[in-house]
Design a protein around this ligand. Structure first.
Ligand SMILES: NC(=O)c1ccc[n+]([C@@H]2O[C@H](COP(=O)([O-])OP(=O)(O)OC[C@H]3O[C@@H](n4cnc5c(N)ncnc54)[C@H](OP(=O)(O)O)[C@@H]3O)[C@@H](O)[C@H]2O)c1
Length: 246
């Protein structure tokens, strides 16, 4: 059976306890796929938390990238998964404010969680991705295109992923697909966790379920790089292109 025909696929999603990652995990589970979800918090009862038996959760704190990567690979081995059809490296944090006020601790934290951890995960998971000729998707940010103030280190970590993807896509051509999708401002709790209340501007942000639909459409299309603009997310509401595929 071809990779894209209707069958249950093995999917790993990081940062799947909230926002975009949580909705994406639930959306793929609803399509009959098996999900390994990761995040920083502990979850006592996976099925009660995610509302489905198709999602298994493991705590893998990305602030310790090597340990998190080891935790994920040993969990995959315990699950008996020998291949991965799709990996979405989504977990991230932000810090917002004038760059000269950003502490070295916050700079290091974002570099570890947003950049080093996805690199470690990508390398550690590559054998399972190659086995399935699977797809590795990084979640970036459209902030890298506009040079927005207040997000200097955050933007730098996402721009670094953008560069990494170009290189990995070449390196792994024929063995696994590698892509990066850059959402725009999205109505999740990410900014509040970074200590910022966007106020009325939040109303202008795209709804997370629209971003999740756009991510799925872009993955089905096999796009290597896509800015998930408001317009693209809107168009995806009416896109049923290869809807049954991964
Ligand atoms: N929201 C936006 O406006 C926006 C715009 C552009 C790009 N993005 C990108 O979209 C992705 C998802 O963001 P979101 O808006 O859905 O944010 P979110 O709601 O805050 O979700 C982020 C996820 O990452 C997890 N996470 C944070 N720190 C972690 C750590 N140390 N170890 C493991 N997991 C950790 C969070 O866990 P907890 O549940 O414990 O917090 C949560 O599950 C991120 O890559 C973000 O950079 C977001």
């Amino acid at each position: 059976m071809g990779r894209n025909q209707r069958r249950s696929h093995n999917i790993l999603i990081t940062g799947a306890t909230d926002g975009i990652g949580l909705l994406l995990a639930k959306a793929y589970a609803a399509r009959g796929h098996q999900i390994l979800a990761t995040g920083r918090r502990s979850v006592a009862d996976d099925e009660a938390f995610f509302g489905t038996p198709s999602i298994t959760y493991v705590t893998a704190d990305q602030s310790d990238p090597e340990h998190a990567a080891q935790t994920i690979t040993s969990t995959l081995s315990e699950l008996g998964w020998k291949e991965l059809d799709l990996v979405v490296l989504n977990g991230a944090v932000g810090w917002v404010g004038p760059p000269e006020e950003e502490s070295t601790g916050k700079i290091s934290e974002q570099i570890d969680i947003n950049f080093k951890a996805p690199v470690h995960f990508a390398l550690a998971l590559s054998p399972l991705l190659f086995q399935a000729k699977g797809r590795l998707v990084f979640i970036g940010s459209s902030a890298i295109t506009k040079g927005r103030g207040g997000f200097a280190t955050y933007c730098a970590t996402k721009a670094a992923l953008d560069g990494l993807v170009r290189s990995l896509a070449e390196e792994w051509r024929g063995r696994a697909s590698v892509s990066i999708l850059h959402p725009g401002p999205t109505r999740t709790e990410m900014l509040r966790k970074a200590g910022v209340d966007p106020g009325w501007k939040r109303l202008l942000f795209t709804a997370p379920k629209r971003v999740v639909k756009a991510i799925q459409v872009s993955i089905r299309r096999g796009e290597q790089r896509r800015i998930l603009s408001r317009f693209f997310c809107f168009r995806c509401r009416f896109t049923w292109f290869q809807e049954g595929r991964l």
